[in-house]
Design a protein around this ligand. Structure first.
Ligand SMILES: Cc1cc2nc3c(=O)[nH]c(=O)nc-3n(C[C@H](O)[C@H](O)[C@H](O)COP(=O)(O)OP(=O)(O)OC[C@H]3O[C@@H](n4cnc5c(N)ncnc54)[C@H](O)[C@@H]3O)c2cc1C
Length: 382
């Protein structure tokens, strides 16, 4: 190991970026390698519910100005107007716009995050370091490699080949339309909340979520631009695969086709929500093939570790996947900071993994349980 810890994070999603913010703030040498060519390169979803765990983690990980901005861009939807989150208030469940959160998490990490870096594998070196390899043939060596590369994690497949990710049998199609004075009239009062869940026959599920995406603070830090700040209504339709066309058709279908398909299915049992689904802008509609990690036993600790969906992907039934990734980032920051200050590195990572495995797989099990009740998700094995 070098005199100062070098940490290489694979994946600039919510968890990887939050970790990078925490390590950067602690003065630890961190690099994040992200496969996407740019931060806005692909549809990643729309609104996220952040709970106490996620908000507390962000409060600790981010410099105060950015932590404040999380509150200024979060909201609790209400028919009567904006209710932005407040750090001191009782509002510990808020909605944030994914892209806005990502843009805030990226701020100040210009030299830290490298885009267009597709990790293809890694090698553990005899001196205890780890060398990651990339699709362009390049390599990078660090003292710790953190897999934050999501549910399809390349690092996990090399490191824990026995770890399983199962198909839950549920498909989610979702999109959004602008929330204007006119469209707000179409959303019944009782759906004007953080997330209105509607349950239909055969575990069909519709979710409606108005999102106030505006930033309450006009004075953004220099260099930060938020590009997705118009209010909208997120609408999703979930059903078991048996009720839907084959996956290949969902994968290749246009946004318009997906939107019309779901609006038609919804119309049979929830005509008012079907009208909202039918309003979704076709370019915003896309499918998600819902998967879940299968909890596994602890593994021997090394200088390769994992966080977020890379190790504990879960059903969105409870809405805690991102919150759990943020909790991982917070805990791993604490442990790697201890290692930087002289504590044994492997012991520090083991302490992180022992705790993370516990709460992470607990969240997977709870999400699977409610996913089965609410969406007919296939239960976890055993
Ligand atoms: C419909 C839906 C709704 C959800 N709602 C909520 C919610 O309300 N609240 C909540 O807490 N959670 C929610 N979740 C879960 C949440 O989205 C995830 O748990 C969270 O995004 C995980 O973050 P992550 O950083 O671990 O992974 P990701 O956000 O998936 O990031 C992984 C990153 O790694 C990159 N990457 C992948 N492979 C490579 C590679 N080979 N090399 C380099 N980079 C790579 C990817 O491009 C990506 O940027 C929801 C999920 C879904 C599907």
């Amino acid at each position: 190991m070098s005199a100062h810890l070098r940490v290489l994070v694979i994946g600039a999603g919510i968890g990887g970026l939050a970790l990078a913010q925490g390590l950067h703030r602690a003065g630890i040498d961190v690099t994040v390698c992200e496969r996407d060519p740019a931060p806005t390169g692909r549809l990643q979803g729309y609104r996220l519910r952040l709970n106490q765990d996620g908000l507390d983690a962000l409060d600790r990980l981010l410099p105060p100005g950015l932590a404040r901005l999380i509150w200024d861009t979060s909201s609790s939807p209400s028919r009567s107007g904006y209710r932005h989150g407040t750090p001191s208030g009782a509002e510990r469940n808020v909605a944030v716009n994914r892209l806005t959160l990502r843009q805030i998490l990226l701020h100040g990490l210009g030299d830290v995050v490298e885009f267009g870096r597709d990790c293809t594998g890694y090698q553990a070196c005899p001196d205890g370091t780890v060398t990651a390899t990339f699709a362009d043939g390049s390599q990078r060596t660090a003292d710790v490699l953190v897999a934050a590369d999501g549910v399809n994690s390349v690092v996990r497949r090399h490191y824990l080949p026995h770890a399983q990710v199962m198909d839950t049998g549920v498909r989610i199609m979702y999109g959004r339309f602008p929330l204007t004075r006119e469209t707000a009239e179409l959303v019944p009062d009782e759906w004007f909340q953080l997330y209105a869940p509607l349950f239909g026959p055969d575990h069909q599920h519709i979710g409606i979520a108005p999102v106030h995406a505006r930033c309450a603070n006009p004075d953004l830090p220099t260099g930060l631009t938020l590009t997705d700040t118009a209010d909208y209504v997120m609408c999703l339709f979930a059903a078991r695969t048996e009720l839907l066309p084959p996956d290949d058709e969902l994968r290749t279908g246009t946004g318009r086709w997906l939107r019309d398909l779901t609006a038609d299915l919804a119309r049979a049992w929830q005509p008012a929500a079907a009208d909202l689904l039918a309003r979704a802008e076709t370019g915003t509609f896309f499918p998600i093939f819902m998967r879940s990690s299968v909890p596994l036993e602890p593994w021997p600790t090394t200088s390769v570790t994992l966080l977020g969906d890379a190790i504990h992907a879960m059903s969105p039934a409870v809405g805690v996947g991102a919150n759990t990734a943020l909790r991982d980032a917070d805990l791993l920051t604490v442990k790697l900071t201890e290692a930087e200050s002289g504590a044994d590195l492997i012991t520090a990572i083991r302490e992180y993994e022992t705790t993370m495995i516990d709460y992470g797989f607990d969240a997977v099990r709870t999400s699977a349980k409610y996913g089965a009740i609410r969406m007919g998700q296939t239960p976890l094995p055993g």
